[in-house]
Ligand binder design. Structure first.
Ligand code: HEC
Length: 309
């Protein structure tokens, strides 16, 4: 490397700079991707909380004559007075409704979510390893949210706080939970998940979003323009080092070689250089020119002395 030309060294430097800027670009992209995932998760979570708030406010929602086998219902009510066409109604509590909506949000379409708790009534709401840890961290550190990556999955968790509207199904069995809901819940789930107070963390909303590979994002954000701009930069760099640095240095070296051979009338091309130039190579040339002139003066003196002798 030490013996390589200045031009080759500059090219290496350019290469290193390009690699470094690509690394920096990738880091920025990764940061932007994480920020984007967080925002996406937060807005999904807002939407779930709003929906659940609406359902809790109504004390659950009733569907008429339909429910899905997969999800079931909390309780049912037959409209006996309706003699002409009797209807059966099914109650969907917030967690059940969330599960029903979540089953429609397939991860293939961009995201998937669920509501889980360490005190789960429904086995499908049992937290997995990430969710368990997130729940503990949220409770112990009083976090607004926590997130992380599980392979190619971005995972986000946000606390679900107990509000007044939740108490009729999750509060104190002797005080807050009233009949007929009390018997319905006790029959179906036993004494699980009662005794909460307003403000408690009842569980978490857990959201999963598949992460796009960085390579895919990189290839989608790069356009031909980037390659054209990169090629133009390389060419500009090439011309600069070739004609502004390496070229004049080569010419100067040739002149110095001629001087060393005793050709003291060599033209270094200093007429075009301004006295106060800031160009270092031009300054070097001027220094050479001064050196050449003193050689010339000395040479003339010696010649004169020789002639006299
Ligand atoms: C109408 C009764 C009712 C109301 C109101 C209600 N819940 Fe529930 N909740 C349930 C039932 C029943 C389950 C269990 C099962 C399920 O997923 O169907 C449950 C489950 C949950 C779960 C999942 C863990 C588990 O036990 O399976 C969370 C978390 C939860 N509720 C939080 C809340 C919060 C927070 C509120 C208030 C915003 C609320 N619930 C209001 C009845 C209710």
């Amino acid at each position: 490397m030490k013996n390589q030309s200045l031009f080759a060294k500059m090219l290496c430097l350019l290469f290193v700079m390009i690699v470094l800027s690509m690394v920096s670009y990738t880091l920025v992209l990764q940061k932007v991707q994480n920020e984007f995932l967080l925002r996406q998760a937060k807005s999904v979570s807002r939407q779930i909380i709003l929906t659940r708030q609406w359902i809790s406010g109504l004390g659950g929602v009733w569907s008429k004559d339909v429910y899905t086998k997969e999800h079931g219902f909390l309780t049912t009510y037959k409209n006996a007075s309706d003699t002409e066409q009797s209807s059966e109604f099914y109650l969907h509590n917030p967690a059940l409704a969330t599960r029903e909506i979540s089953s429609l949000a397939d991860i293939k379409y961009g995201y998937n979510f669920r509501v889980v708790s360490d005190q789960f009534r429904e086995p499908k709401n049992k937290p997995d390893a990430f969710e368990n840890e997130a729940l503990n961290r949220i409770r112990n550190q009083k976090l607004d949210y926590t997130d992380g990556f599980d392979g190619e999955l971005y995972r986000y968790a946000e606390p679900l706080y107990v509000k007044k509207a939740c108490m009729k199904c999750h509060g104190d069995l002797n005080k807050d939970v009233k009949e007929p809901m009390k018997s319905i819940l006790l029959d179906k789930y036993g004494t699980r998940a009662f005794g909460y107070e307003v403000g408690d963390v009842r569980g978490i909303i857990s959201i999963q979003i598949p992460r796009d590979s960085l390579l895919r994002i990189l290839t989608s954000v790069f356009t031909w323009w980037n390659f054209i701009i990169a090629a133009v930069s390389v060419f500009l760099f090439y011309f600069f080092t070739r004609f502004v640095i390496a070229g004049p240095l080569v010419r100067l070296t040739e002149a110095a070689t001629q001087l060393s051979r005793g050709e003291i009338d060599t033209d270094l091309g200093t007429e075009s250089i301004q006295e106060n130039t800031k160009n270092e190579i031009a300054q070097l040339t001027m220094a050479f020119e001064r050196l050449r002139k003193s050689f010339q003066i000395m040479h003339n003196k010696i010649s004169r002395i020789r002639k006299k002798g």
